[in-house]
Design a protein around this ligand. Structure first.
Ligand SMILES: Nc1ncnc2c1ncn2[C@@H]1O[C@H](COP(=O)(O)OP(=O)(O)OP(=O)(O)O)[C@@H](O)[C@H]1O
Ligand code: NI
Length: 269
């Protein structure tokens, strides 16, 4: 097999925080996390709220909060991904679609934000065609973020990430609040990115959408990767999955009649 394009080895992320009794305790919401993403594939990372998915994305992007302590290694295209390197790559080679729409500048018209980083010549044209591709009206471009709905803002965020030069796409929950048709478009677009050779990391709660377009799926629980399996292993009663947690998660989906859903909290590796 060829080399992973992005490789995360033994990642730990901790925070110190005050307890109600004003003593300091340390929490480690990401621990012993190993993840590899290859060129041309979509790896979906799925997991419950609080399982550490966004922290993983922020660690890669070098935007963890300043009180976070991180250890472990992140390799990009065979080289350590240092804070300096990430600054060079961001936008140009690595596209990040953040979970929070607060990442948009509240004081800048959205069309200007989409134009950032586009080639000087023709950026207006490209921005307009991106708007069209993501079902945004031309006049929406003159609005400020607060004037758009959450679903529209997500599509703006998505549009801001698209560049031909990009090699790695990290999409953190790109789909909440958007209607079915737009959801389909966003997922298909991720597929197109992968088919163009990009490595795509899709972070989501939604295991069914993840399975519909991903090549492999990593199930995250309590800050670590419990199991990584090809998407096609999620079938039947989950016999091909290794951990009981992954099996239970799969069987608990509505399309699988919620089999065993009540046991999901109790299952162990
Ligand atoms: N700035 C912070 N300070 C202290 N703890 C934090 C901080 N950010 C995150 N955490 C801890 O890390 C955990 C994981 O956070 P993270 O945002 O990665 O979860 P997530 O899997 O992305 O959840 P969601 O699906 O809700 O977006 C949180 O539950 C919280 O305990
Ligand atoms: Ni998150």
């Amino acid at each position: 097999m060829n080399e992973p394009f992005l490789s995360i080895r033994d990642l730990h992320i901790s925070f110190s925080r005050y307890t109600p009794k004003l003593t300091i305790e340390q929490i480690t919401p990401v621990r012993s996390l190993n993840i590899e993403i290859y060129r041309g594939e979509i790896l979906a990372v799925v997991g419950a709220s609080g399982s550490g998915k966004s922290l993983l994305a922020h660690a890669i992007m070098g935007i963890l909060p300043s009180n976070a302590k991180m250890s472990g290694e992140i390799y990009y295209d065979g080289q350590p991904l240092t804070p300096k390197k990430i600054k060079q790559l961001q936008g140009e080679k690595i596209a990040f679609i953040p979970q929070s729409i607060n990442y948009l500048d509240p004081l800048m018209k959205v069309k200007k934000q989409v134009q950032i980083g586009l080639p000087k010549k023709g950026k207006k044209k490209i921005q307009e065609s991106l708007f069209e591709a993501y079902d945004l009206q031309k006049q929406d471009g003159d609005l400020y973020p607060f004037q758009l709905s959450g679903g529209m803002l997500r599509r703006v965020l998505f549009a801001t990430s698209v560049r031909d030069s990009v090699k790695l796409v990290i999409a953190d929950e790109p789909t909440p609040g958007i209607h079915a048709e737009a959801l389909d478009k966003v997922l298909k677009q991720l597929r197109v990115f992968a088919e163009n050779g990009m490595a795509v990391l899709l972070i989501t709660h939604d295991i069914l959408s993840a399975l519909s377009i991903s090549d492999r799926v990593t199930i995250m629980k309590d800050g670590t990767a419990l199991e990584t399996a090809s998407a096609n292993k999620f079938e039947g009663r989950g016999e091909q999955l290794k951990t009981s947690y992954a099996k239970a998660l799969w069987r608990a989906l509505p399309t699988n009649d919620f089999l065993n859903a009540e046991g999901l909290d109790n299952v162990t590796m």
